[in-house]
Design a protein. Structure first.
Lengths: 329, 203
């Protein structure tokens, strides 16, 4: 990771009890500014509770949560929430308000004039990929995907640095999800927001996350970059949880450099691939040379100098290992 | 129909008086019952006691209620208005509570999460969403109020009931009709107006 960015959100030894039930137990993690952190785990693992403690929709029983270095316990919860965008699975658009009024609700609370609110709502609508024509519609007149986009626009309205998303695409047609995930990624790159996203969908986590926090029964089992999780799962549960990972995610997250090489590959001739490239890139290169049927790829460093070679079976074995065992451990 | 044709203005005057009683009773009922409904929604422990009390009040027969009220409010309009409030509380409190508690949790959470205070959430989200149901309660209370105001003529409140009671006393069916027809018309038109408001609000 690049570590020089300041922390946006930090949880230190946070626990939450509901009566006798320990929903979250002594968890700690930190999210750097401009990063997408995904909380993932089976239902009931405490991921949503954890998310809601960040904006104090749920109050922690123990531990401290810092937002931009400040302990949230010392802040007025309403003011805290106005600085943090919030998107939930059921979207929760206000049915009696137009799309424009929904988006601009945060601005209305700040007593920003109506014309200005509308202008901002209109810009935000465009930002999330919807047409301005929808401004005066009621939420009930929109499709599920459109409603979800409006929900995201509403979370962006106050221009918060941090956005919390609780299963944001859970209620959306599964066929639309990859597109929305890609858009979220693009939007985040553009706006440089810090996003904490809760999901139980592994492919969603791998599609958007810079950092994954894997939870079970109120505890963190493992956290790290998607690549770290994939390459070195620290327990059988993590391994099992990752068993459903998609081949494309494995290919995308495994670097050519990390592929164990077989003997004799060094003498191989074939198209060149950068050692920084992913296996997905490697396969793409192979696909442009199908006529020659290359036995492998020549690996080159950043400066173009050769660094040996990998055979096609090396690639296959690496993918198989990641898919079925979790390689590296 | 001859009385109605002969004295249209005196009937209209009684109609306006009737309307005034219903309107003041209704305004007072809303002013008391809606906050009570909000209170019940916020403090759920109050649901049983408040519903029980307003429910019992609703069960008291109207003549008995008048008899009970007269020592306090005397003969006249005041008694009619208080009686109307007593009968209206149940339905408006119940509908306010029902409307507010029908607001989905996700909406409530979205409002809180987007930085609304509890009061802002109530004013900007919950009450507007509950409004059609509240207006439904007000409609039922209003129609009931027309009836109670008619009977209240018995305790000297005035209004169209005066004609009905006078007609009964003098066995004059013409006079009874002159009172009854406008009462029915008034009830029907109030019902239609509020029904329209209700449907516009829930659209």
């Amino acid at each position: 990771m690049t570590d020089d960015r300041p922390l946006a959100v930090e949880l230190i030894g946070v626990s939450k009890r509901f009566g006798a039930v320990h929903a979250v137990r002594d968890i700690s993690f930190a999210i750097r500014r401009g990063e997408i952190c995904v909380l993932i785990g089976p239902s009931g693992c405490g991921k949503t509770t954890t998310l809601k403690m960040i904006n104090r929709v749920i109050e922690p029983t123990q531990g401290s949560i810092r937002v931009h270095g400040e302990d949230t316990a010392n802040k007025d919860p309403v003011l805290l929430r106005r600085g943090i965008g919030y998107v939930i699975q059921q979207v929760g658009l206000f049915p009696h308000m137009s799309v424009a009024e929904n988006i601009a609700i945060a601005l209305r609370l700040q007593r920003i004039p109506k014309a200005k609110r509308r202008e901002r709502a209109s810009d935000l609508l465009e930002l999330v990929g919807l047409h301005r024509e929808l401004l005066d519609r009621r939420p009930s007149e929109l499709s599920g995907g459109q409603q979800q986009r409006v929900g995201v626009a509403r979370a962006l309205a106050g221009d918060p640095d941090i956005i919390l998303m609780d299963e944001p695409f859970g209620a959306v047609d599964p066929l639309l999800r990859p597109q929305l995930q890609a858009e979220l990624r693009r939007l985040q790159r553009r706006l440089q927001k810090t996003i904490v996203l809760v999901t139980h969908d592994l492919s969603e986590a791998f599609a958007v996350a810079d950092w994954i926090v894997l939870m079970r029964a109120g505890e963190i089992l493992q956290q790290g970059t998607p690549r770290e999780l994939l390459q070195s799962p620290n327990s059988p549960f993590v391994r099992e949880f990752l068993a459903d990972v998609r081949v494309t995610d494995v290919l995308r997250l495994t670097a050519v450099r990390d592929v164990p090489r077989s003997q004799g590959a060094a003498a191989l001739a074939g198209p060149a691939v950068s050692e920084e490239a992913s296996l997905l890139d490697a396969l793409r290169i192979l696909s442009t040379h199908t006529d020659e049927r290359p036995g492998g790829l020549v690996v080159v460093g950043a400066d173009g100098s050769p660094r040996g070679a990998i055979t096609v079976s090396d690639v296959l074995v690496a993918v198989a290992a990641a898919l079925f065992k979790g390689s590296g451990t | 129909m001859s009385y109605l044709a002969a004295h249209p203005w005196s009937v209209i005057a009684l109609l306006l008086q009737h309307l005034l009683i219903v309107a003041s009773g209704l305004a007072l009922s809303v002013a008391i019952a809606v906050p009570l409904g909000i209170l019940v929604n916020t403090l759920r422990v109050l649901e049983l006691p408040i519903m029980l009390v307003t429910g019992l009040m609703y069960l008291v027969p109207s003549l008995a209620l008048f008899a009970f009220l007269i020592p306090f409010t005397g003969l006249g309009t005041k008694t009619a208005i208080v009686a109307q409030v007593v009968y209206s509380l149940l339905v408006i409190v119940r509908n306010t509570f029902a409307g507010l508690s029908a607001v989905p949790n996700a909406i409530r959470e979205a409002a809180t999460g987007n930085g609304l205070t509890a009061a802002q959430r109530l004013w900007l989200v919950e009450l507007p969403m509950a409004l059609p149901v509240i207006v439904g309660g007000v409609r039922v209370a209003a129609v009931m109020g027309v009836g109670i105001a008619s009977i209240a003529a018995y305790v000297g409140a005035g209004g169209l009931g005066t004609l009905v009671f006078r007609g009964i006393a003098t066995v004059d069916s013409d006079l009874i009709l002159a009172g009854t027809l406008p009462i029915v018309a008034l009830a029907l038109s109030i019902d239609a107006t509020l029904r329209f408001a209700e449907s516009r609000l829930s659209a």
